[in-house]
Design a protein around this ligand. Structure first.
Ligand code: PSU
Ligand code: MN
Length: 306
């Protein structure tokens, strides 16, 4: 059995890849564990439409019926969005979901693995996982960071979620050799807010410049990913000072209730949703759409340069 034998791209995705058209990968954990129904399915469809409007082909990735599916039908999306028993699949979980036939949503780490295996080099998400606050006690560091260090896919995010320890997350990314590039701003954006108070390692201002870094990096052997941090549009952001209060409360609640492992990120996100009266969800949707558009433009530049 080879990895390729486990991967099922749709005809549309396969044709786009063979003919050198731009393709953008999308994760599915954001649908099953990141947003409530029905906003999750509306957003999944909207983000695919945003990518098409930029001239690229979307490829949402998930595990269904023992296959790693690259590109989902409307029925597949419906099934994922409403199912209760979907596994959250990171690198450690992918083989388990495939072998047992359980439905699985892919995190940033697992989506990178599948995208790379399918031949897709650009991936849009909301925020990556990282080093959690209190990691010195819990050792909670997302496998997303390790994957960025080893798998050559460009991940377009809105920066590290402010609920993480951003300085420690940046340190780990540096150790793993991952270039972190802010798009059009000097600071590293913090997901719901444009500001984090922390300077980004690098800044670039156009999709063409980003594509050039990706192409140059691909010349090096054993290169990993590139992380793009794209700030949420001004009109959709929740200011940093306001977010800090909600984040501290949500993190404290997670610690008090002894939430551990894979449950931490979904738990904290849903608490923040409650605390902001749903505003954090509108911001989340706006930033994912913004990232999808940028990812499509980067993929377009890569297709020109290939
Ligand atoms: N950011 C969001 N919503 C999400 C996630 C991130 O706004 O649902 C998901 C992504 O799939 C990411 C994962 O890869 O959470 C990280 O989980 P963990 O910290 O358990 O590695
Ligand atoms: Mn974790």
């Amino acid at each position: 059995m080879t990895l390729n034998a486990l991967i099922s791209p749709t005809d549309e995705v396969q044709t786009a890849l063979t003919s050198g058209k731009p393709v953008v990968a999308l994760e599915s954990t954001i649908i099953t564990h990141g947003m409530p129904f029905p906003k999750n399915i509306e957003t999944a469809r909207q983000v695919e439409a945003d990518i098409r409007a930029e001239g690229a082909v979307p490829a949402t990735i998930a595990v269904l019926d023992g296959r790693i599916r690259v590109g989902l039908t409307d029925e597949d999306l419906d099934r994922l969005a409403q199912a209760e028993d979907v596994m959250k699949c990171s690198r450690a979980d992918l083989a388990f979901a495939v072998a047992t036939g359980r439905p699985g949503a892919t995190t940033v780490a697992a989506t990178m693995m599948a995208a790379h295996a399918a031949g897709i080099s650009v991936f849009a998400t909301g925020g990556i996982g990282g080093v959690h606050q209190g990691a010195e006690e819990t050792f909670d560091i997302s496998a997303d960071l390790d994957e960025l260090g080893r798998t050559p896919v460009c991940v377009v995010s809105a920066g590290a979620k402010a609920l993480l320890d951003i300085p420690k997350t940046l340190e780990v990314l540096e150790t793993k050799g991952v270039p972190v590039i802010s798009y059009g701003v000097d600071e590293l954006p913090a997901f719901w807010s444009r500001e984090s108070g922390i300077a980004a390692p690098y800044r670039l201002n156009t999709p063409a410049e980003i594509a050039s870094v990706i192409m140059t990096r691909s010349v090096f052997a054993d290169h990993g990913g590139v992380l793009i941090a794209n700030p949420v549009p001004e009109e959709n952001q929740i200011a940093r000072d306001e977010m800090t209060g909600y984040i501290d409360a949500a993190n404290a609640k997670a610690a008090m209730e002894n939430v551990r492992g894979k449950e931490v990120t979904p738990f904290v996100l849903s608490k923040i949703l409650e605390l902001t009266d749903g505003r954090s969800l509108d911001t989340n949707i706006a930033l994912v759409r913004n990232n999808a558009r940028l990812a499509a433009r980067i993929a377009g530049e890569l297709a020109l340069g290939a």
